[in-house]
Write a protein that binds this ligand. Sequence first.
Ligand SMILES: Cc1cc2nc3c(=O)[nH]c(=O)nc-3n(C[C@H](O)[C@H](O)[C@H](O)COP(=O)(O)OP(=O)(O)OC[C@H]3O[C@@H](n4cnc5c(N)ncnc54)[C@H](O)[C@@H]3O)c2cc1C
Length: 334
Amino acid sequence: MHTFEFIRPKDAKAAVATAARAKTAQQGADIRFLGGGTTLIDLMKLNVETPARLIDINRLPLDKIETTPDGGLKIGATVRNSDLAHHPKVQRDYAVLSQAIVSGASTQLRNMATTAGNLLQRTRCVYFRDTAMPCNKRQPGTGCSVITGSNRMLAILGTSEHCIATNPSDMCVAMAVLEATIHVQGPPTRGSRAIPIGDFHLLPGKTPERETVLEPGDLITHVTLPPPVAGSRQVYLKLRDRVSYEFALASAAVMITVAGGRVTRARVALGGVGTRPWRSPEAEAALVGQSVNQANIRKAAEAALRDAKPQSENAFKIELAKRSLTSALQMATA
Ligand SMILES: Cc1cc2nc3c(=O)[nH]c(=O)nc-3n(C[C@H](O)[C@H](O)[C@H](O)COP(=O)(O)OP(=O)(O)OC[C@H]3O[C@@H](n4cnc5c(N)ncnc54)[C@H](O)[C@@H]3O)c2cc1C
């Protein structure tokens, strides 16, 4: 049992100040904010995460969903996944987000899980969660057990020789097509920043332990979505081993606008196949300006998976991802 300090600040400023109180870089790195705890507490029980200081942010006033002056949406960091998925404006204007969240985890987990926690949930790679096994993400420089191990669930896009762990979030895939912005409050030296979701998650490269651009002590305060796109159709389609309470083998989020039988705007992202939520500019470029038909939809799916690199057990994901995207596009344009 690792001992840790448990702190309950009253506002975001106090939370960030508490986090910044570290005397050494190591102490700074050993701080975690606690949202719903559905990822973090699990990993603490497994000794994968051993924070020295846990800052509970559940009492902070970050639990509101509000319309922004430009007609977009502001989502507080501690808004529960259930509240977000069932919010009337989300269901009406950002349906892809509602569908993605509801497809994840279970009702009980979604009732606890927060918006910020979901953005930062860790991979489900079994070797990452097993401290008896080497893992570059958990313990840099120890090696990657999965490349020669059981890799059926793991990524085929954005991998490196150091890590092929999949980003497991459904919510983030929808947020990628909605072009969300993540708002962060850091210590006074860094201040507040707004980070487009496309720049938020990092590829593993040589440093798989670094998953986002956040620095230790950065607090996510809220997420904003741009105003809804008039006339767009949105679909999230998730394929998995069983129909509920299971992570994606492959999923697709699409937001598409069609006028006169041709695609005028397309946003496409894939889940379950990338080392980060996988926006596909290649599929988007293949769709825009084209008429909506089976051949053009398939071309977009081929473009999205062109750079896929399968491992020994997960080559099936390439065709599965193409089919999830093809079906999502057919549903959105039907
Ligand atoms: C059995 C099971 C099945 C699941 N199935 C799915 C699924 O199918 N699809 C899916 O997408 N997800 C699934 N999940 C994952 C679930 O969605 C995440 O665990 C959840 O979204 C994490 O949110 P949380 O608030 O509980 O995060 P926490 O566990 O509280 O935190 C997660 C991380 O975020 C950090 N953090 C939290 N809030 C902030 C903040 N404001 N600023 C900075 N850092 C912060 C924490 O320090 C921690 O590192 C599943 C989880 C479980 C346990």
